[in-house]
Design a protein around this ligand. Structure first.
Ligand SMILES: Nc1ncnc2c1ncn2[C@@H]1O[C@H](COP(=O)(O)OP(=O)(O)OP(=O)(O)O)[C@@H](O)[C@H]1O
Length: 208
């Protein structure tokens, strides 16, 4: 899996958030977008994931050197972010079943196994809307960690997590297979200090 970003720019109204962003992302690597609040980390991640349109430039998604079209690209990623909601009406087990219908979990990872790893066995029939913010965040991360997809994107991964679950995040994110591409947005070094490539999005803000 490879993502080739060429001269990417995003503008809201008259304000350019970033411009001339060029980067090649390759499977087997982890990348983090850093930068001050409002510098455009989440915007860049959303544009690369395809949930937000770009203003200029080009992004090519390639699998085994062949360009993917948009529908196929969507199947290759899981994005976990504070601004993406889970389906609140579902119970936890319904949500796992629903998710697995689109993006199956990795070989050997059963739904029961996920419930145990999340220590949420006793909440499997509880509606997501009654989950605490930390429980929801654990669940979003689990969907990202355990889905069998080549690209894992995480924005502010430890938001709402306590020390125990932040440590779980660190363990799991570093365990992601060498055949995956990991893309993070963060301002918290403990979330990304293991990462090979750190990119400051603020460097791509055009002068006014
Ligand atoms: N839909 C939108 N319409 C207009 N402006 C937006 C929109 N979304 C984001 N912005 C602006 O784009 C800029 C970058 O926001 P973004 O959320 O990407 O920053 P960030 O680096 O992720 O910030 P933080 O560290 O605070 O999470 C901000 O000035 C923000 O107000």
């Amino acid at each position: 899996m490879q993502i080739i970003i060429d001269g990417l720019g995003k503008r809201f109204n008259r304000e350019w958030i970033f411009r001339n962003f060029t980067l090649e992302l390759n499977v087997g690597n982890s990348y983090t977008f850093v930068g001050p609040n409002g510098s455009g980390k989440s915007t860049l991640l959303q544009v690369i994931s395809g949930v937000m349109p770009l203003t200029e430039g080009k992004i090519t998604y390639q699998l085994s050197k062949k360009a993917l079209d948009e529908d196929d690209w969507y199947r290759q990623i899981v994005l976990a972010a504070p601004y993406l909601e889970l389906i609140e009406e579902f119970s936890l087990i319904e949500l796992l079943n629903f998710h697995a219908g689109f993006k199956p979990f990795k070989a050997g990872i059963t739904h029961d196994e996920i419930l145990q790893r999340l220590e949420l066995d006793s909440s499997k029939d509880k509606a997501i809307k009654y989950f605490s913010s930390g429980m929801k965040q654990r669940l979003k991360l689990a969907l990202a960690f355990y889905s069998n997809v080549p690209v894992v994107m995480l924005d502010e991964p430890t938001s709402n997590l306590d020390a125990k679950w932040s440590a779980w995040y660190r363990e799991e994110v570093q365990r992601l297979a060498s055949d995956q591409l990991v893309l993070l947005c963060s301002n918290v070094p403990a979330e990304y200090d293991f990462c090979e490539k750190i990119i400051n999005v603020g460097d791509y803000k055009p002068e006014r």
